[in-house]
Design a protein around this ligand. Structure first.
Ligand code: F55
Length: 843
């Protein structure tokens, strides 16, 4: 909106280095019109979607100018680079982010207005780049924004999925999945590099051969594909730096070898195309349990192999075959275990292709690689059957075997003081290759162990999580290499998640602090504490929240056709649907609230009830049956509550379908209370909690993940904390049989089982999963936290009745969010793990 532009006018005036907006519309309108004319054959009478295309293709050129300048500078300076290897980058939309990061909002805002369009509506025509599942993929996207903003020489490397995260629809209240066809109208934010492509092989055989008198290993793959590079420029904020996300598309080898394509080969060539393209066709939509499918391993190797070849070929162009110096010029961050095959691939490239000795190659490999763990759930740790790996990547399987032999041998020496039986046990427990605990005949490659052994540094993503990594998940390794283990608490970019998605709040903050420097120095937000109890400031703060709530209300109206009370407390839970995240517990508390309201007289309700609009959103993995039942429970409860004439003024529950980055940008600024209620010790960090905090949304949370650090920064007394602590979990799980459920809990179980929300049979497994000790055992301890949760909800109501107190807390949240900028996180990675330094091109 208009205010957004005003915030930026302030930001621009103070920005020392960013491209300055002249604000003059004329050259830009001409350019947009010309793009529409010559790229799309259009002449006037543009829709918003047209205006988007014209604007985006025009902005693209400024972006490429900045990209070229940056890369010329980096080529000249030859600094050390960080390469962020990730199977997922959940980028969302690019237009607004690019325009604002480049400081072009004046020019483009004016131009569009002159042409009769609104930037916001135009931007709304863009499709999300949804090349990720959830937190892990979005974290990678925030990291790229911060790396560029901090002028760090660094690229992301991943896969250009043709179909990203599925689109979620609702049919009769049940989730349905639809393909995400995001590339059909072209993608102005990418540049295909026809000169950057690498061969990637699979299968085949491995032989020992004498090459120039030297014994070498030669892998002859039975199948080959080409990895074709696409560059996605990443603009930093308030800097001339524009870095890069390089994504690989899989194409058949023969497309680049027309001589091999003769008439008789037509159908074989077409089949080969399909097989090749299949590799980068679709993102696996699982956010925790990895799918042990061959194609998934193929995707992982595909992008890792292409990325390493790419980095090595650039290194060689400058430094020749001086591979010992590679760690001084390149390091790689493995985003979870998904790219861990890099350990074996870097060894293969150095030993088999470059002819280095094994030990020299191992030193280089371990110096170059680092690993981030994102989960504590044992079932989420990737393990590939040796059989699958040996067939698809025979040489890599050999290399992993040799690594493991060396590793277990080293362990034997290192643990020489242990009794031989204990030593054998420990070595077996730490072996990278081990039997499947559920099937002794099957051998598995443990990718997390391979990542730890092959890396210099291993980190968790929040303080509590890093401690769990050290003390539980990878404890054996921690005891041997304590200094390898670090914490790097996650962060989110304050550009997308505050300044650009909530320009009204950004403007108010800038006015209060007297400058917009907080946008890349979020510790300055602490200055808001001085205004937390100021009634005049509170009133302005409240007005912004109200305006954002109105926008969300509009969206609810569009989707569900209902008008909601905009004075109600907006209570939000948006994240992937998972038993450990406990959306179910949220629903139970909503049902309980509903029942209490029903017991009251109209006068009582009017006198004491705090109206609430509850929103739940999130996708269930397509094969995650229990998660799909939870979605249906949400919609079923909503159907009953939302039309009950006795309660509908006081309580609503809406499931918002197709939760994604763009939807989050509307929902988060409007939220007053957000739910982060995972069983303690299960959510590695959470990152939406940080986005809500920045936007002045109060948090209802368990003592888990980054909630803990958020509470510490905000003041624990300002956060609604409930539930058992992580240290108690193991004992509580053991004592399950002795646990006495709350009578209110029993009542709710009977209600659902008895058909209060219909679909009795469908909900039965849900009830059993938390209620029947034999079936589900309530693994995530919903029953234990239930009473504490209800009590915390009452505290929420009482606090909301005191609007001055609520607003004070809200301001304190934003004021305390400085730590959770991904700029801080990236600075820590750069200093403690990567050892890369800023290199800023001149403006
Ligand atoms: C995706 C694919 C597989 Cl095979 C496994 C996991 C995922 C995935 O999406 N994980 C994920 O999002 N993990 C989350 O990472 C966030 C960033 O560190 C954390 O904040 C969050 O706690 C964690 O669940």
């Amino acid at each position: 909106g208009r205010s957004a532009l005003r915030v930026q006018a302030v930001a621009e005036a103070e920005r020392p280095t960013a491209a300055k907006s002249s604000g003059s519309a004329e050259p830009v309108t001409t350019d947009i019109t010309s793009k529409l004319k010559y790229l799309f054959g259009r002449n006037g009478d543009y829709t918003n979607a047209d205006a988007y295309q014209g604007t985006a293709w025009s902005v693209r050129e400024k972006l490429i100018d900045s990209f070229n300048k940056t890369h010329e500078h980096w080529k000249k300076e030859d600094p050390k680079f960080i390469y962020y290897l990730s199977a997922e980058f959940l980028m969302g939309r690019s237009l607004t982010n690019t325009v604002y990061n480049l400081g072009l909002e004046g020019e483009y805002g004016n131009a569009l207005r002159e042409m009769g369009y609104h930037m916001e509506k135009v931007a709304d025509a863009e499709r999300d780049a949804a090349l990720g599942n959830g937190g892990l993929g979005r974290l990678a996207a925030c990291f790229l924004d911060s790396m560029a903003t901090l002028d760090l020489p660094g690229w992301g490397y991943g896969i250009r999925y043709k179909y990203g995260m599925f689109k979620q629809g609702l049919k009769d209240g049940y989730q349905v999945e639809m393909p995400d066809i995001w590339l059909t109208k072209g993608n102005p934010w990418e540049v295909r590099r026809d000169d950057v492509k690498f061969e990637v092989g699979f299968g085949g055989r491995v032989e020992r051969k004498k090459v120039n008198g030297k014994e070498m290993t030669v892998w002859t793959p039975s199948e080959k594909v080409i990895a074709q590079a696409y560059d996605n420029p990443i603009p930093g904020y308030a800097t001339p730096t524009t870095s890069n996300l390089r994504l690989w598309d899989a194409v058949p080898v023969h497309e680049f070898d027309l001589s091999a394509f003769n008439a008789g080969d037509y159908d074989r060539a077409m089949l080969e195309r399909e097989r090749a393209e299949g590799i980068s066709a679709v993102l696996y939509p699982n956010d925790s349990t990895p799918e042990g499918k061959e194609l998934r391993l193929k995707q992982q190797y595909f992008f890792v192999c292409a990325s390493l070849q790419d980095v090595m070929s650039r290194f060689r162009a400058v430094h020749g075959a001086n591979w010992e110096a590679l760690p001084e010029k390149a390091c790689f961050q493995l985003n979870d275990t998904h790219p861990t095959i890099a350990v074996a691939e870097l060894m293969r490239l150095l030993v088999d292709v470059e002819g280095l000795e094994w030990d020299a190659a191992w030193t280089i490999t371990t110096k170059c690689l680092n690993y981030t763990n994102h989960t504590v759930m044992p079932e989420a740790l990737e393990k590939w059957p040796v059989k699958v790996m040996a067939k698809m990547l025979p040489r890599h399987m050999e290399i992993i075997e040799v690594i493991n032999e060396g590793w277990t041998k080293w362990l034997g020496v290192h643990l020489k003081d242990l009794k031989s039986e204990e030593r054998a046990k420990k070595i077996a427990a730490m072996s990278i290759i081990h039997a499947n605990p559920w099937n002794a005949d099957e051998m598995l490659v443990n990718m997390a162990y391979l990542a730890v052994v092959g890396s210099s540094a291993v980190n968790g993503v929040a303080a509590i999580h890093s401690n769990i990594v050290k003390d539980e998940i990878l404890n054996d390794f921690y005891e041997i290499f304590p200094s390898k283990f670090q914490n790097k608490t996650n962060g989110v970019t304050p550009r997308r998640w505050l300044a650009w998605c909530n320009p009204e709040l950004a403007q108010l903050i800038t006015e209060a602090l007297g400058s917009s420097e907080w946008i890349n120095d979020t510790e300055k937000l602490a200055g808001l504490r001085a205004f937390a109890s100021d009634p005049a400031f509170q009133a302005k703060w409240a007005a912004v929240k109200k305006a954002k709530k109105a926008k969300l209300a509009e969206l609810i109206k569009k989707i569900h056709g209902d008008d909601v009370n905009q004075n109600a407390l907006f209570d939000i839970q948006i994240k992937r649907i998972h038993e450990y995240k406990r959306q179910y517990l949220n629903v139970l508390s909503i049902i309980w609230r509903y029942k209490q309201l029903k017991k009251m007289t109209p006068e009582q309700r009017k006198a004491s009830a705090v109206p609430r609009v509850c929103v739940i959103g999130g996708k269930a993995a397509s094969a995650y049956d229990m998660a799909k039942r939870i979605i249906r429970l949400v919609t079923a409860v909503g159907e009953v509550i939302n039309k009950d004439p006795e309660t509908k003024d006081y309580l609503r529950l809406y499931f918002l379908p197709d939760y994604n980055v763009t939807l989050a940008e509307t929902i988060i600024p409007a939220a007053e209370l957000s739910q982060h209620i995972s069983t303690a010790g299960t959510e590695a960090s959470g990152t939406s909690n940080m986005k809500f905090q920045m936007n002045g949304c109060l948090i209802m949370g368990t003592w888990d993940g980054a909630n803990i650090e958020i509470a510490e920064e905000t003041g624990v007394e300002n956060v609604f904390v409930f539930g058992v602590r992580a240290e108690e979990i193991n004992q509580l799980r053991k004592d399950r049989k002795n646990f006495k459920t709350d009578p209110r809990w029993d009542e709710l179980m009977k209600d659902i089982e008895g058909g209060m929300f219909g679909d009795k049979d469908y909900f039965k497994p849900l009830v059993d999963s938390v209620n029947n000790m034999k079936v589900g055992n309530d693994w995530f301890l919903l029953a234990n936290d239930f009473a504490g949760y209800l009590a915390a909800q009452e505290e929420v109501d009482a606090t909301y009745k005191d609007q001055a107190e609520w607003l004070r807390r809200s301001i304190m949240y934003t004021a305390g969010s400085g730590k959770f900028s991904s700029d801080r996180t990236i600075r820590e990675y750069a200093e403690d793990i990567w050892h890369v330094k800023p290199a800023r091109p001149s403006a």
